[in-house]
Design a protein around this ligand. Structure first.
Ligand code: ADP
Ligand code: MG
Length: 697
């Protein structure tokens, strides 16, 4: 009989349950304490844990272990070591020491460091992050780790995330104490990331050089049928896809990932997976595992999983909705409106802290989702625009307005709402959301940050969110801790914050041009591309913010800026070279052949009868000749522009050159090539079309 889901769930994870079973009581307690207090592990405890972990892993068939880390590339990295150790008599033992568990030295000099390691130390080390459980995958024991240089600089995405969670915890606790909460010991940010993806046929995928090399189509005319019928969203799931989803759930459950909801998305061949939320560090690890599992399971089912933010032009792109909230170790969601006046006051204070944070650090949130792939989504009429704004819903917005202006809220019997004195009217959850166009929406008891592209690591956006909210909470706490009349000062603070930051609240349709104009009037930022957004990372206020909360040193920020800009240039470089290759080797020869056949037909028909109507042949060849010439010229121009951009040594200037000269030429080349596709016989076209790719799963 097949194992039940509760039996399968977490079966490959060295989780709390397993630790309790397998570790001596004192070791388990000591480990728990270290985890809670974030201290480093005593070597004796580490040895005991390592030995228990190894025995458990060997029972699962493991031969190797790996320190699993998240370099700045945004994906994960691992180096496998086997457990073998010579016994002296020619045989081997399977060993794993506490030292090996706690610290590793990957030869990681080829990971991007943005100059960090070059200036300090050639190699970095990995260190166990016991707040995320070890697990078994592919006969290997995976140990989640942070990745640092020997001088302590973070070379990865996990370290700053952990630091930001700590900063938020510290400031949120100060606020809770002000409200008389003495029980809560820990506040965690929680995240549930909804992951979108495309599934296409594996054989068709292999026939497209652009998909294989860049993850997106660089050519392709729109199919006669797009997503206009809107029948795919939540539509019934094809058998093949359904069996993929079942398999995927199973893989993820074994790894302790709370995969919950699977459904079709807006575009044909597009789907979504939503997990149940967990603390942000675990959510980030699990989202990486989810993306990996999607790719692996798709292959088993004869399909390919595309995680690119915009695999198809003119078809909906893929995003990742980052549902974010704050949760106490006593199980309270701090973004949940409460029943008593004081609970409500606390809710309002956290709410306005987020509003103020988003308004003051629009740039950081925008930067946290910036990538060349996401540039194709943000601002197109399908994804939230590059402008940050907050959706609160009409009711909550009205309540804030009444609070600010000291006007009675209609439902409150003409009484003026006072923070800390009155309760909030109950607003049903449904009245809060369903505006899908907002980049940052309050959805009843959490915020949904919707600007993330599907491929991004959720670490960056959550580092930004955690830190900017920690900053506002700190400023609030600094003020209120000195207060002589808490209620009065709280009321004043909430009202003042609403007044100063309400410009960021927008409940309308964010996809319209009128909003772009309105946002500009309100003084909101509109950083359209990665190249426009990234330089603001190093703005004084941002460097100050991250340094103050010990998230990034200035040199760590420089390194991230450099890595991100270089990644932009490298991505465009690969895309441009792939286009040149496809145009020269596939598209132009195919069209040439078609024109040749048409010309032959023309000559043959004329030979039969000089008066024969050869309008079709003549017309087609004429048009295609013109277009071929343009495609050829544009390919040559692209070559020159790429060489010129690549030759620029300054990484900022180089990225700008890619954006300003390479990208427009790529667009022009594509437009003409796509026109040729619509005029060329199907059997001549050298690779699968959009209709093949998105309707033939
Ligand atoms: P929808 O967005 O379709 O309305 P839900 O509101 O049920 O769906 O949840 C969407 C995502 O938000 C899920 O991944 C869910 O786990 C997550 N979520 C729910 N509550 C929280 C919370 N307190 N903190 C973080 N994420 C949450
Ligand atoms: Mg949602």
């Amino acid at each position: 009989m097949a194992a039940s889901v509760p039996e399968i769930f977490g079966s490959m994870v060295f989780d709390e349950r397993t630790m309790q079973e397998r570790l001596p009581r004192e070791t388990f307690k000591a480990l728990e304490n270290t985890i809670q207090e974030g201290k480093s592990l005593n070597i004796n405890i580490a040895n005991t844990v390592a030995s228990a972990m190894k025995d458990w892993a060997l029972e699962k068939g493991c031969t190797h272990f790996t320190h699993w880390f998240q370099p700045m590339t945004g994906i994960t990295a691992e180096k496998h070591d086997s457990f073998i150790s010579p016994a002296g008599d020619g045989s081997v033992l399977m060993e794993f020491s506490g030292k090996e568990l706690v610290r590793g030295e990957p030869d990681a000099s080829s990971f991007p460091s943005g100059g960090l390691r070059a200036t300090f130390e050639a190699r970095g080390y990995t260190a166990w992050d016991p707040t995320s459980f070890a697990f078994v995958k592919d006969k290997t024991l995976y140990i989640p780790t942070v990745f640092c240089s020997y001088t302590g600089e973070a070379l990865d995405k996990k370290t700053p995330l952990l630091r930001s969670m700590e900063a938020l915890n510290k400031q949120a606790l100060r606020i809770l104490r002000l409200f008389g909460d003495t029980k809560t010991q820990q506040v965690n940010s929680t995240v549930g990331p909804e992951q979108e993806y495309f599934l296409i046929d594996r054989n068709l995928y292999n026939q497209r050089e652009d998909l294989v090399l860049t993850g997106r189509t660089l050519f392709g005319a729109r199919p006669p049928r797009g997503q206009e019928l809107e029948d795919h969203y939540f539509g019934s799931i094809k058998l093949k896809v359904a069996s993929f989803m079942r398999d995927l759930d199973n893989e993820l459950w074994k790894l302790g990932v709370l995969a919950k909801t699977e459904h079709n998305e807006v575009a044909p061949a597009q789907h979504e997976l939503a997990p149940i939320f967990s603390n942000t560090n675990v959510a980030a690890d699990h989202n990486q595992l989810t993306m990996e599992a999607m790719k692996k399971v798709a292959e088993r089912h004869g399909m390919y999983c595309l995680l690119h933010e915009k695999p198809f032009e003119g078809v909906n792109g893929s995003g990742k909705h980052n549902n974010w909230s704050l949760s106490t170790d006593t199980g309270t969601n701090l973004l949940e409106p409460g029943d008593s006046p004081m609970e409500n006051a606390q809710f309002l204070l956290f709410l306005v802290a987020v509003i103020k944070a988003v308004d003051e650090y629009q740039d950081l949130l925008r930067i946290s989702v910036a990538s060349p792939g996401n540039d194709h989504r943000l601002g197109a009429n399908e994804a939230p625009p590059a402008i940050l704004s907050i959706f609160l819903g009409d009711e909550l917005t009205e309540i804030l307005k009444c609070l600010e202006q000291g006007k009675p809220y209609s439902q409150k019997d003409k009484e003026i709402l006072k923070v800390g004195v009155h309760t909030l009217p109950r607003f049903p959850k449904d009245s809060t959301d369903r505006n899908r166009t907002s980049p940052f929406a309050f959805t009843g008891n959490k915020f949904e940050f919707r600007m993330l592209g599907s491929a991004v690591s959720i670490s960056g956006p959550n580092v930004a969110l955690n830190t900017i909210v920690a900053e506002e909470l700190e400023r609030f706490a600094d003020k209120l801790e000195k207060s002589k009349d808490f209620r009065k000062d709280l009321d004043t603070l909430v009202r003042k914050t609403i007044k100063e930051h309400k410009r960021i609240i927008f409940n309308g349709d964010s996809y319209t041009d009128s909003w772009v104009a309105e946002a500009e009037k309100r003084g909101l930022l509109n950083l359209k591309t990665t190249v426009d957004a990234m330089p603001h990372f190093l703005d004084k206020k941002n460097v100050k913010l991250f340094a103050k909360h010990h998230i990034f040193t200035e040199s760590e920020m420089h390194s991230r800026y450099e890595v991100s800009m270089e990644n932009y240039s490298k991505t465009l470089n690969i895309e441009a070279l792939t286009m040149i290759d496809m145009a020269n080797k596939q598209i132009l020869p195919a069209v040439e052949k078609y024109m040749d056949d048409l010309s032959l037909a023309f000559t043959h028909k004329k030979a039969l009868n000089p008066k024969m109507n050869c309008h079709v042949e003549y017309d087609r060849v004429t048009k295609l000749s013109e277009l071929s010439a343009s495609v050829y010229d544009e390919t040559e121009e692209l070559k020159e522009n790429v060489s010129a951009a690549a030759a620029i040594t300054d990484f900022e200037e180089s990225a700008r050159a890619y954006k300003e000269t390479v990208l427009p030429t790529m667009d022009a080349l594509r437009t003409d090539a796509d026109k040729m596709e619509t005029l060329t016989g199907a059997s001549y076209w050298p690779f699968p079309t959009y209709a093949d790719l998105i309707y033939h799963v």
